[in-house]
Design a protein around this ligand. Structure first.
Ligand code: CA
Length: 228
């Protein structure tokens, strides 16, 4: 399931830039261009996260945040503040925002913060899945064993964790950055190549034809997707 994010930002260029980037990262994004619209939208629909600019026409971000919390909404809120508005940051956090980012910011920073907030909001449940099968491959999560056509396949710990992550997020397009961050737990690393290498290894061990993978497919320009 895609995570749903509401973006309330009146600056058109920034709104589009953030929306497009989040969409390409696999989030479902709704936008609002003023405070009143944003507030109504936040109350009217369920979101996993709200990105809230402070300086907004019709209703400012601080008031929105305060009113949403008063309405009992617990959705994580990330405030966007302009430079030198230290007071706003403090006030925003007091009013119930979960995090803030000062403009201008790097998109990677925003993405990392979003992921952290989403993780905090929904701590990963210990996987209820004990086994999973796709094609001729059988995965036993309890015993950390994988077999293919009845024969044991030897996976490294990292390969197994990557496979588990793919299975838990089957059907989702997963960027290399996200895989690095969630599977390797690096927050930032230049070596997205690491992901490619492990995917190649997994394909060699699990796919009928590693050169034309059926299960772990490449989504060009985006990353990978597990189709099992
Ligand atoms: Ca603004």
């Amino acid at each position: 399931m895609k995570k749903k994010i509401l973006l309330v930002e009146d600056e058109l260029g920034l709104r589009i830039t953030i929306r497009d980037r989040l969409t390409s990262e696999g989030y479902a994004v709704e936008t609002a261009s003023d405070g009143k619209e944003g507030y109504d939208c936040a109350l009217g629909h369920a979101f996993d996260l709200i990105i809230l600019d402070i300086m907004l026409p019709r209703k400012n971000g601080l008031d929105i945040c305060r009113d949403l919390r008063q309405e009992g909404l617990a959705t994580p809120i990330m405030m966007l503040t302009a430079r030198d508005q230290t007071l706003d940051k403090v006030l925003g956090l007091k009013l119930g925002a979960d995090d803030y980012l000062t403009k201008p910011f790097e998109m990677l920073e925003l993405l990392a913060r979003i992921e952290a907030l989403l993780r905090r909001a929904a701590p990963p449940q210990p996987s209820a899945m004990t086994a999973y099968q796709f094609g001729r491959v059988q995965v036993d999560f309890k015993r950390t064993e994988v077999s293919r056509q009845g024969e044991t396949v030897s996976l490294s710990a990292m390969e197994f964790q990557l496979l588990r992550y793919f299975i838990e997020h089957r059907g989702e397009t997963l960027s290399r950055e996200r895989l690095l961050q969630d599977v390797w737990a690096y927050s930032k690393t230049p070596y997205t190549r690491t992901v490619d290498v492990h995917v190649v290894w997994l394909r060699q061990k699990l796919e009928d034809d590693p050169k034309q993978p059926h299960w772990i497919v490449t989504v060009h320009g985006m990353g990978y997707k597990f189709t099992g």
